[in-house]
Design a protein around this ligand. Structure first.
Ligand code: BYC
Length: 322
């Protein structure tokens, strides 16, 4: 391709982004745009499937059949989200195998939040309320992402996430209004999950390497700090309705800003968890690698079945015999 043609393609891409049009898989796109999307979408897909682990930990110990059925459905939804996202990432020219290999060898990341343990049943509620709540806050704007397949995948993911958030809230409400021991269990879970949930939005804006470029490309529509603030403002009244407190003595309404002020986040904790030194990093990745190895026969069987069907399609159907 001559540079004149490249310039014309670039101009068309920039104009499409400026006009809020969607970039589709067959459209020309800058290589850095493609690489950024692959990085973010892969990380997102990996988070969905690793995120199944802390909650699946409680399926066998759910306190009632109703709670067990709800939790199983939620964990299955997350597997589904992983599949939509891997499929969407494949439209950028990478294979799912390649992405999974990068996850398993530590070359791609997944959300820091899933490296914390689920110690009690109330953690299932706290994950639903806070972790899914943070995920929705982050992902609703991604429904308007400039890359078509990612934006469309997000529409369905967000619908399901909002159901997940409601189930977490309802679970915590039941515990909060229950016995003093149940109330204490709910409070303890919120105390442990609050700060890691705020870290889900990524480093502060002045330390966010990718935000400016991703926002210029309209992959991200808001900065990490804007979304974090939005999440805090949403959670404060919800915590009040739940009858639970948020573990931050500096949390208070700021009339002038029209937002809640909140305490300083321990960024060294996020850095350590991202580097692999969180409480459960090794366990999560180990379990993921094991599940992949143990599932090898399923992938082989599916591939053999697909190959057989392909051959059958190229063979004339046999005449029916009496
Ligand atoms: N954890 O320049 P920045 C869910 C990395 S789960 C780990 O701000 P960016 C759910 C970042 O990747 C929610 N790593 O980056 C599932 C970058 O590293 P690299 C998952 C983090 O991309 C089951 C570096 O730090 N959601 O939905 O502009 C049950 C610098 O950061 C984290 C998504 O993935 C972190 N918390 O912004 C329940 C949403 N934060 O790649 C719920 C899509 C930052 O340069 N992703 N890093 O090595 C995003 O929106 C963005 O990627 C982020 C980060 C806001 C996370």
């Amino acid at each position: 391709m001559t540079s004149v043609t490249t310039e014309a393609y670039e101009a068309a891409f920039d104009a499409a982004v400026a006009a809020d049009e969607r970039i589709e898989p067959r459209d020309w796109m800058p290589e850095a745009y493609r690489a950024t999307l692959i990085r973010q979408m892969a990380q997102h897909a990996h988070s969905e499937i690793i995120g199944m682990q802390p909650e699946a930990n409680w399926i066998t110990r759910a306190p009632s059949l109703r709670r067990k059925a709800i939790l199983m459905a939620k964990v299955q939804d997350e597997a589904g989200h992983g599949l939509y996202l891997y499929s969407a990432a494949e439209t950028l020219g990478v294979s799912r195998d390649e992405l999974l290999d990068k996850l398993h060898t530590g070359r791609q990341k997944y959300s820091s939040i899933f490296n914390y343990p689920t110690l009690t049943w109330a953690d299932v509620g706290a994950i639903g309320w806070l972790v899914d709540g943070a995920a929705i806050t982050n992902q609703v704007p991604l429904c308007r992402c400039s890359y078509g397949p990612y934006a469309r995948a997000m529409v369905r993911v967000c619908k399901e996430e909002s159901f997940h958030q409601r189930q977490g809230y309802e679970l915590l409400l039941a515990l909060s209004k229950g016995t003093p021991a149940q109330h204490a269990m709910a409070q303890d879970a919120v105390d442990r999950w609050w700060w890691p949930s705020l870290m889900m939005f990524g480093p502060p804006d002045d330390a966010s390497a990718h935000s400016a470029q991703s926002m210029a490309w309209k992959i991200k529509r808001h900065s990490n700090d804007e979304l974090r603030q939005r999440f805090v403002d949403i959670c404060v009244p919800q915590a009040e309705s739940l009858g639970l407190s948020l573990p931050d003595p500096d949390l208070r309404w700021n009339e002038e800003r029209g937002h809640h002020d909140f305490g300083t986040i321990d960024w060294s904790e996020l850095t350590e968890v991202i580097k692999g030194n969180g409480p459960c990093n090794e366990q999560r990745l180990g379990q993921r690698r094991r599940a992949h190895e143990e599932g090898a026969w399923v992938r082989e069987a599916a591939a053999a079945h697909a190959a057989k069907r392909r051959t059958a399609q190229h063979t004339e159907p046999r005449e029916a015999t009496a």
